[in-house]
Design a protein around this ligand. Structure first.
Ligand code: ADP
Length: 654
């Protein structure tokens, strides 16, 4: 009896302790389960439970055919707060774990059937806890528990939940994957970079990295990686690169060149390159060079383009130096950028003193103002410029030059430069001066005998009473010829006078209409021509009466001379705003358009054969000088075969 009592209560020893789960197990109403009350439990079950309750390792037991469940305090947290605990105790496995039963049932079956114990690390088993289905990772082993009859009575699960570690690992792995992506991107950036990037390791210059661009420069594939640079590119021998790299390696000082040429072999042919090149030593923690980073940018195209420009600029300079003229170039603002050799030889000056205002010292003081005026006008308007002036040479002598400049436009149509020349015209100028001097002297010398001759003929005319028609004709003819000679001498005298700046005006008020009338009468028409005059008869002007008369007479004289077939010469005078205009219109030969710009120059005659009409080409030059002196304007409109309209405009002053 006592023995029975003892054995009846003996189970209690096995179920002692065990914390919360021990307590729950003891108080559980086992009578409703297939296992019955604990006093009926086999000793093996009790022994196992005792081990489970006292273990600090999470443990779980399925017992019997229904797989009734037990678990300890260490396991309990894995069931979460709201969920399976405490219902799981005494529950059938199938009822407790519907969500993972298909996964774990085969493992349980395997062990129950006497198979191998199982071991699963970090297995994902989503279970319902904390009111939701959670992703839970387990490392667990399922092992058999033998019952008293020697058969397998249950399955003991020793396990630990690894969810936290796995989640941490996942975060770490995720980060690593970031990192890896970044490295991959960096690598592809280097590989695809438009500049050549390479890394040479050790003093042997082993090619460790070579991106696509470097391989392209080298004319090689990635198979050269791992080789020595000198072996991979034998053509480097005799070129400076290997020595420079060695210097960088041993000195630890970077090398940079912004234009270095190198020859590299491509499929058997040598190709010349120009590079911007950097050799950067990469040092270890203790400061020793470990490798050299190579950065190379191909600038071959730019260098070649520049060489073409340099060559054409050199050609220009050589050509400019080989000609007799002085040549210069300025920017759009007229600042000098270039002079040819002839300029420096002629002036004996250097570039600094030839710039801009420096010219001031080189112009003859009398020509300075006019030269600057014309040049500034050209700069303002963009019109070509032409002016004669005296330029001081290296010996301090003033030499006559013809200065010309033309604007240069770029492809966008912007004026970017001026090209100019100075041509030595000193000799022509001196010859001209000699000629002018001769003319001046000769015309003076001729004037007196011709005046005497004229007086004699007039005397003769008076002395001969009742002359025969032949004698009368001869005397008339002599008179006319002497008039012509007088006019020629007069022109010559005037021209040389004006040339020496000796045109002085003697201004008075006079009636313009009267003067025109006088000039028309004085001209001595031969009956062929009639002169009509229109204008305000009362119009008065303030000018040199004789000189203006000279201009009108000249216009009328020319109209008669160059319009022999036409009958009428028309003279118009009218007031304009602050000016008045006088025009002499004929219906004569007219003048070709390309000759008009030169009509008012000295000695210019439109019909240069000159045989038909007498004249020296001085009349219009004299007219122009007179009108210029009056600050007026002179000009002509003419059409060949239609006639001409010569005009001058005088400002109304005083
Ligand atoms: P010249 O008459 O002495 O030759 P000018 O200086 O007076 O010199 O005239 C210059 C040139 O202009 C002349 O040679 C002539 O060819 C041309 N010319 C001047 N006036 C006329 C005109 N009315 N009609 C046609 N040609 C003219």
């Amino acid at each position: 009896m006592l023995h029975h009592e003892y054995s009846k209560n003996a189970y209690r020893i096995y179920l002692e302790g065990g914390g919360e789960m021990g307590q729950l197990t003891r108080s559980y109403d086992w009578s409703k389960t297939v296992l019955g009350t604990p006093d009926k439990w086999s000793r093996n079950l009790l022994t196992t439970l005792s081990i489970i309750f006292h273990s600090k390792l999470p443990m779980f037991l399925w017992w019997g055919n229904d797989l009734i469940q037990f678990y300890n305090d260490a396991y309990r947290p894995s069931l979460g707060n709201e969920g399976k605990h405490p219902k799981a105790l005494g529950q059938r496995g199938e009822d407790c774990w519907p969500e993972i039963w298909p996964t774990i049932k085969p493992l349980i079956d395997q062990v129950m059937a006497g198979g191998e114990s199982t071991w699963n690390e970090d297995q994902l088993m989503p279970i319902f806890r904390n009111n939701k289905l959670e992703e839970v990772y387990w490392t667990s082993g399922y092992s058999r528990v033998i019952d008293v009859d020697g058969k397998i009575g249950g399955v003991l699960v020793t396990c630990s939940e690894t969810t936290t570690r796995i989640k941490q690992n996942q975060v770490i792995n995720q980060n690593l994957k970031d990192l890896a992506e970044r490295e991959w991107r960096l690598n592809s950036l280097i590989t695809e970079a438009p500049v050549g990037i390479g890394l040479l390791k050790t003093r042997d210059l082993i090619i460790e990295t070579a991106n696509n661009k470097v391989l392209e420069f080298w004319g090689k594939t990635a198979s050269v990686i791992g080789e020595r640079l000198a072996t991979a590119l034998p053509e480097l021998e005799g070129q400076p690169f290997l020595q420079i790299l060695d210097d960088v390696y041993t000195s630890g000082v970077a090398y940079y060149s912004n234009e270095i040429s190198g020859v590299l072999e491509h499929n058997g042919t040598l190709k010349k390159y120009y590079f911007d090149l950097l050799y950067q030593p990469i040092k270890s923690a203790n400061g020793e060079t470990e490798s050299i980073l190579v950065l190379a940018t191909d600038i071959t195209e730019q260098v070649k383009a520049r060489q073409v420009i340099e060559e054409s600029s050199l050609e220009f300079r050589q050509m400019a130096d080989s000609i007799i003229q002085m040549v210069w170039v300025t920017d759009a603002n007229g600042m000098h950028e270039y002079y040819n050799k002839r300029w420096y030889d002629f002036t004996g000056s250097d570039f600094a003193s030839s710039k801009g205002e420096g010219w001031d010292q080189m112009f003859h003081p009398d020509d300075r103002e006019n030269a600057w005026k014309k040049w500034n006008h050209a700069l303002e308007t963009g019109n070509p410029y032409e002016v004669e002036y005296r330029l001081k040479n290296y010996a301090g002598e003033y030499i006559w030059v013809l200065g010309r400049a033309a604007p240069f436009y770029n492809s966008e149509g912007e004026l970017i430069k001026w090209f100019g020349t100075c041509t030595d015209i000193n000799e022509q100028k001196l010859l001209q001066e000699q000629k002018d001097d001769f003319i001046s002297i000769a015309s003076h010398e001729l004037k007196t005998p011709v005046t005497t001759l004229k007086a004699s003929v007039q005397l003769l005319n008076r002395l001969v009473e009742d002359p025969s028609p032949k004698v009368k004709y001869l005397i008339d003819w002599s008179n006319k010829t002497i008039d012509k000679v007088e006019k020629l001498i007069e022109d010559l005298l005037n021209a040389s006078k004006f040339n020496h700046g000796q045109l002085h005006l003697n201004k008075t008020y006079f009636t313009l209409g009267e003067l025109i009338e006088e000039c028309s009468e004085h001209i001595g028409l031969e009956g062929k021509h009639t002169i009509s005059i229109t204008g305000n008869e009362l119009l008065k002007i303030y000018a040199d009466r004789d000189r203006i008369g000279q201009v009108i007479t000249n216009f009328i004289g020319n109209a008669i001379k160059y319009a022999p077939g036409s009958q009428e010469i028309h003279i118009e005078f009218e007031t304009l705003e602050n000016a008045l205009q006088v025009s002499v219109i004929d219906r004569g030969l007219g003048i070709e358009a390309d000759k008009i710009p030169y009509l008012f120059e000295r000695y210019y005659r439109a019909d240069s054969s000159g045989s038909q009409y007498s004249g020296l080409g001085l009349g219009l030059y004299i007219c122009a000088e007179i009108i210029k002196k009056h600050e007026g304007k002179i000009g002509v409109e003419s059409e060949v075969g239609e006639g001409s309209r010569f005009w001058f405009i005088l400002p109304i002053t005083g």
